[in-house]
Design a protein around this ligand. Sequence first.
Ligand code: CO
Length: 477
Amino acid sequence: MKKVMIMDTILRDAHQSHAATRMRTEQMLPVLSALDDIGYYSLEGWGGATFDSCMRFLNEDPWERLRTLRKYLVKTPIQMLLRGQNLLGYRNYADDLVEKVVEKSFENGIGVIRVFDALNDPRNLEASMKAIKKYGDMLKRTDPARGICEAAISYTSGPVYTLEYFVELAKTYESMGADNICVKDMANLLLPFDAYKLITALKKALRPETKVHVHTHNTTGTGDMVNLMAIQAGADIVDTALSPLANGTSQPATEALVATLQGTEYDTGIDLKKLIPIAAHFKKVAADLEMEGVLNPKVRQVDVNTLVYQVPGGMLSNLMNQLKKAGKEDKLQEVLAEVPNVRRDCGYPPLVTPSSQIVGTQAVMNVVMGERYKMVTKEMRDLFAGKYGRVPMPIDEEVAEKVLKGEKRITYRPADDLAPEYEKLKAELMEKGFYTQEEDVLSYASFPEVAETFFKWRKAQRQGVDHDLAASGTYPV
Ligand code: CO
């Protein structure tokens, strides 16, 4: 009998998707022990935007949050999301910082690291996976449920994204040391029957001990069906969120899946009754977040545009905003027709952040200017120059010439250009007087200005400055 496992995203993706990542640690605390008792595969609680949001909006040290979560989550591993060589931020970091972030994440309480690259370039996961293996294997020796390396495939659709493409990529990640392979469908582009085929193919091609983990959202309303079909095809783990912050742009609801699988060969073993009081707590939290104005109930609705236009919901609203600014709202159909052309020119990158924005902006420019590639963003040039990594297909040479204007193209791993940076950043932080722990350097590396503002606030707090004054931002510096 095959038991399906669940990762609950209530402490990370659920509130990132519904409430701009604004759930505070104190809103999690009352139910952490109860969550620990459920029997989840893992609880996603860190990484992604939580790192930025903690410091920027909540005056919380993200590392302190992690340590607090770990204190209460004794049995259930905490899972985090890492953007490969981009770590917790949005630029390429040097390998020494990549290693340090992985080391400190495990040390402070992470059990499973899901790592992905937006372009699905395995070279961009080399440094992070090597570090995850190094520190994860040490952790596994004392605790086999922790120290897990989960490599994620950014799911996208398009002519090159065949079953063979995904299977080859998954096998590459497996050979690089991944314990789990995740299909990460951030835009809910994956359709239920495609999910069945994809998971069937992956389970057949991968080693029996490699777990297949499915991550989707319910943006277009297909999320529950995707999970169910994936489970029937042999998926080991699927992601859901407790109902108060589930559905719409978030994950499908945990309770619904647990009930669906109950008594079947896929039973999760989770006691539905135990979920009720925890969900009741998060119902109050969701109401508070809505009162604060960070949760707009619209995020719970089904958005069918992605199904019609084959572009992620976030990308579509960006396109419409850009056209509105240019006063060319009537050009939407032309822009949507231009998106696949631009994508072909630059080698068919997955339509996920940041390439979805880069491709979308270029399609708008091409249509609005009336001439293709007359204007090009710096990001588009960098994409053509190979600075984000390798795209799955060859780029169009004629377009590349027009875009790059003689700029050098790189074919090696982008991070090979970067000199070590940890010691330099540490010295900088010490000189500024904000260094209190090694983890501060990593916060500072990820979001320099946000971290510095947070450190100032923290210092003011520790020196016993009036709390209200400190909270209002008028602290002595
Ligand atoms: Co997600």
